[in-house]
Write a new protein. Structure first.
Length: 153
């Protein structure tokens, strides 16, 4: 029972976030709880509070900086060579432009110390960080840095 006409490679199932158990884990934390080492896999969303407000309780001391699954940081297939970015772009929009999954973008941003939620639009600098990470060169866009807007008519 083989369907040889469709030879798609099955994608490896990502490890799910231990917190929400819905999104793929992108950040791997190691900390100490009650004297025991605990490894946690979190999605970028669930990990963000740890970076904003690292727990101060001695029972939760971070031993190692978070590490991100390197698979999530690779340049996506079909990623364009250059991209024109608007002044702000939603996570979904940017991920479509870069042919990346939204959680890949979040993982890239985590490694650059930027935490965003999936809902707020990314500003130009944030989106540009992702593009530079993937080696995508940025093209200027109308409306951004328009020092001399073209006069028509
Ligand atoms: Zn999560």
């Amino acid at each position: 029972m083989q369907n040889s006409s469709d030879s798609r490679v099955t994608e490896p199932v990502p490890i799910l976030c231990g917190e929400c158990k819905a999104r793929p884990a992108a950040v791997f934390l190691t900390h100490v709880v009650d004297g025991k080492l605990v490894h946690r896999n979190l999605c970028a969303h669930c990990a963000s509070p740890y970076f904003d407000h690292p727990p101060e309780a001695p029972s939760a001391t971070f031993l190692s900086p978070p590490s991100v699954n390197p698979d999530f940081l690779a340049r996506p297939r079909g990623c364009p060579e250059s991209l024109a970015l608007p002044a702000s772009v939603s996570l979904d929009e940017l991920s479509q432009k870069l042919r990346a999954k939204p959680f890949h973008i979040l993982a890239v941003l985590v490694t650059h110390g930027v935490f965003v939620t999936g809902k707020q639009p990314l500003d130009y600098a944030t989106a540009a960080t992702v593009c530079r990470h993937y080696g995508v060169s940025l093209r200027p866009v109308e409306g951004v840095e328009a020092s001399e807007p073209p006069q028509r008519g």
